[in-house]
Design a protein around this ligand. Structure first.
Ligand code: ADP
Ligand code: MG
Length: 597
C-alpha cells in the first residue's frame, strides 16, 4: 500500500560495522530490502538510511547508503517496514536526483556544497501546483495504472494514474474538478472493490525500486528502431525501441561521450541518465551543460525531457545500486503513460563493483573474479525491465510505451572476457563495442564496425526501409561485409606492403576506409554532424553505396589514393555543412561530379 506501515513493533540494535555494512540484531519482523535508519549514537538525531540485504538468526545485515563513520555497537536502528522506494509524480522531469531520490539542488541549498549525512528530502516539490484536468468519471471501474486525470508537464500530458500497487478493480468515488493542486493534495477518492477500502489518491505515488512496474496489458516484440542519430548505430547495429544495448569499452574510448550524445539527440520522449560511479567532474559537466542545450525538435530545453540520477564515484558504493534501480523505475513510470523512455546507464561496471564489495562483506561464496555468483541473474533481471508494452487505458485508449536501456560497461584494460561484459552480452539485443585501437586513431565514435552486432536488424527491416529507403537494411549488410573484406586487405597490406597488392584490392581497401571516414565516424561535438536527420542519413548512405559500386577506372594506385582522399575531405565537409546552406549544395555537387566522371 502507498502509506508506509511503520514497523513500530520491531526494535533493532547495531551489533557490528564493516565498511558500509552494518549488522543489527532485532526483535519482531524484518523483511528483505526493507529500509532502516541507523541512528548515530544513542538519542542522536542524525539517522543514516540503509537497506536490509540479508536476514539470518535474529540479525539482519544492512547496506548503509552513506559514510558509516561514527556508528557504534549499541546504536539504535529504526525499521520502517517499507521497501526502498521512489516518489513518482509530476515535477520529475528536469530534476537531478541521487540514487535515493533526493533532489540534489535542494539538498545543496539545504546543507551547502558539502552534503551532510542523514539529510533526506522528498523528491517532489510540495509547494508547486499543477493544473489538473480530470479524465476518469465518477462511478467507473478501473485498475492500477489507469488514468484518473492529467497535468501538463513540459511537452507531455503527465498521467495521474491509479496507484500501481492496487490489486484488482477500483471504483472512482469522486474526482476533483479541473484546477491547480499541489502534488500531495487529493485529486480523487477511490474504493477497492474486493476489500471495500476507500482512500484518497494524490498526484504522488511511491514504488519499490527493485520491483518492476508490470501492470501493462501486454509485452510486445520490438518493431521500430530507436533512432540515436549516431549513424554507425542506426544503420548497421540499430537499437530497437524497447530493446537493450551494451556499450563496453576501455577507459577513454568514448563511452561517456556516446551516452551524452545519445541522451541529447535520441528520438525518445523521456531520457533518464544514470551517472553511476563515474568521475564527479564529468557528472558536474553534464549537469552544467544540460539546461543550456535545446532540443532541436521542440526548441525547448533538453532538461525538460531529462532526469539525471547521479551517483558519482565519491559517493558510497551502496548508493550506486539504488541509483540503477531508481533510474529504471523512473523509466517504467513514463512508459506506463504511453511514452518512449530511454535509460542510459554509465557505467554498469561501477554498480557491479558495488555488488562485489557488498558480497565480500557478506562473506558469500564468490564467483568469477570475486563478483557474486548471482551477478548474471541480477544483470539479466535489470535488462529484462526494458521492453515495449501495450497500455490499455479505459479513458484514453490504447497506446504503446517503451523502456529502452543502453548500458555502458568499463572492463579493466578493455578486456571483454570479464564477468560484467559477458553477463551483459548474454542478455542484451545489441552490442556496440568500443575499441582502444579506434579511439587511439581518433576514429570516433570508436564503435567497432567489425565486432559489433545487433539482433534487431532483421526485425526492424521493414521499419528501417520505410524510414530511410527501400533496400536500406540489405545495403547496410552488404556495406558491412564489404568493409570487413576491406579491413582484411588492409591487414594484409601491413604485412606485404602496398606494392604487392592488386589495384582492385587496393581500391577496395581505399573505399572501405572512405566509408569509415565519411559515414561510420561522426563528430559528436559538431552541432550539424552530431544530429543528422533521417533524410540526410539516407542521402549520405546512398551516396556512399554509390561510391563503393562505382567503377572509377583508376589509372594507378596514386590516382586512386588522390581521388579517394579528395572525395573523403569533401564528404566530411558536407557532413558539417548545415542542411540547405550554399556550402551544403556546393559540396554535394562536387561529390556528385566525382562519381559521374
Ligand atoms: P570513457 O567514458 O570511455 O572513459 P570518454 O567518453 O570520456 O571516454 O571519451 C574520452 C575522450 O574521447 C573525450 O574526451 C573526447 O575527446 C574523445 N571522444 C569520444 N567520443 C568522441 C566523439 N564521438 N567525437 C569526438 N571525440 C570523441
Ligand atoms: Mg566515462
Amino acid at each position: 500500500m502507498n502509506a508506509a506501515t511503520a514497523n513500530q513493533s520491531t526494535t533493532a540494535t547495531v551489533v557490528g560495522v564493516s565498511g558500509n555494512m552494518v549488522t543489527a540484531s532485532f526483535d519482531g519482523d524484518v523483511r528483505m530490502n526493507e529500509v532502516a535508519y541507523v541512528a548515530l549514537g544513542q538519542g542522536g538525531d542524525v539517522k543514516l538510511k540503509a537497506e536490509v540485504i540479508r536476514i539470518r538468526n535474529g540479525a539482519c545485515d544492512l547496506q548503509v547508503f552513506e559514510d558509516t563513520r561514527g556508528i557504534r555497537v549499541g546504536d539504535p536502528v529504526e525499521m520502517t517496514g517499507e521497501m526502498l522506494s521512489i516518489e513518482l509524480g509530476p515535477g520529475l522531469l528536469g530534476m537531478t536526483v541521487d540514487g535515493l531520490g533526493n533532489p540534489l539542488e535542494e539538498l545543496a541549498v539545504h546543507s551547502g556544497a558539502f552534503l551532510q549525512r542523514g539529510v533526506y528530502l522528498p523528491t517532489l516539490d510540495r509547494t508547486r501546483t499543477w493544473t489538473f484536468t480530470p479524465i476518469a468519471r465518477h462511478g467507473i471501474s478501473m485498475t492500477a495504472g489507469d488514468t484518473i486525470g492529467t497535468v501538463t508537464e513540459g511537452i507531455f500530458e503527465h498521467r495521474i494514474m491509479v496507484p500501481f500497487d492496487i490489486i484488482g478493480a477500483i471504483e472512482v468515488l469522486s474526482v476533483k474538478p479541473g484546477g491547480d493542486y499541489r502534488v500531495d493534495e487529493p485529486v480523487a477518492r477511490i474504493r477497492v472493490e474486493s476489500t471495500g477500502a476507500e482512500f484518497d489518491v494524490t498526484m504522488i505515488q511511491r514504488w519499490p525500486v527493485k520491483r518492476p512496474i508490470d501492470i501493462y496489458a501486454e509485452r510486445l516484440l520490438p518493431a521500430t528502431p530507436l533512432t540515436t542519430r549516431v549513424r554507425i548505430v542506426d544503420t548497421f547495429f540499430p537499437v530497437a525501441e524497447g530493446g537493450t544495448a551494451c556499450v563496453p569499452g576501455p577507459f577513454g574510448s568514448g563511452k561517456t561521450v556516446f551516452q551524452q550524445s545519445v541522451s541529447r539527440h535520441a528520438e525518445a520522449d523521456v531520457v533518464i541518465v544514470a551517472a553511476c560511479g563515474e568521475r564527479a567532474g564529468e557528472v558536474v559537466e553534464t549537469l552544467r551543460e544540460f539546461p543550456e542545450l535545446t532540443d532541436p525538435r521542440t526548441g525547448r530545453s533538453l532538461m525538460e525531457r531529462t532526469i539525471i540520477v547521479c551517483n558519482t564515484s565519491s559517493m558510497p558504493v551502496a548508493a550506486r545500486e539504488a541509483s540503477v534501480y531508481t533510474a529504471i523505475t523512473l523509466a517504467e513510470y513514463y512508459r506506463q503513460m504511453g511514452l518512449r523512455a530511454l535509460l542510459l546507464a554509465d557505467s554498469t561496471s561501477r554498480w557491479a563493483q558495488a555488488l562485489r564489495e557488498m558480497s565480500g562483506r557478506l562473506e558469500e561464496i564468490p564467483g568469477e573474479e570475486a563478483f557474486p555468483a548471482y551477478l548474471g541473474s541480477l544483470i539479466a533481471a535489470f535488462y529484462e525491465r526494458a521492453g515495449l508494452v501495450r497500455i490499455d487505458d479505459p479513458n484514453l485508449g490504447t497506446t504503446n510505451g517503451s523502456v529502452t536501456v543502453i548500458g555502458t560497461v568499463s572492463p579493466a584494460g578493455g578486456n571483454f572476457e570479464e564477468p560484467v561484459t559477458q553477463s551483459t552480452l548474454a542478455v542484451v539485443g545489441c552490442f556496440l563495442g568500443l575499441t582502444y585501437a579506434r579511439s587511439y586513431a581518433k576514429r570516433f565514435p570508436a564503435i567497432s564496425p567489425t565486432d559489433s552486432w545487433s539482433n534487431y536488424l532483421a526485425r526492424l527491416k521493414d521499419a528501417l526501409d520505410k524510414t530511410y529507403f527501400t533496400g536500406f537494411v540489405d545495403a547496410a549488410r552488404d556495406v558491412i561485409d564489404y568493409y570487413r573484406v576491406g579491413q582484411g586487405i588492409g591487414d594484409q597490406m601491413k604485412v606485404v606492403g602496398e606494392e604487392d597488392l592488386s589495384l582492385a584490392d587496393f581500391t577496395h581497401w581505399l573505399k572501405a576506409e572512405f566509408i569509415d571516414a565519411v559515414y561510420m565516424q561522426q563528430n559528436a561535438f559538431d552541432e550539424v554532424d552530431a544530429c543528422p536527420s533521417e533524410e540526410r542519413v539516407a542521402q549520405a548512405f546512398q551516396f556512399a553505396v554509390r561510391v563503393i559500386n562505382h567503377d572509377f577506372k583508376f589509372a594507378s594506385k596514386d590516382v586512386a589514393r588522390d581521388t579517394m582522399t579528395t572525395l573523403t575531405a569533401t564528404f566530411r565537409d558536407w557532413n558539417l555543412a548545415p542542411a540547405g546552406s550554399d556550402e551544403h549544395h556546393r559540396l554535394w555537387n562536387e561529390m556528385e561530379a566525382a562519381v559521374h566522371a
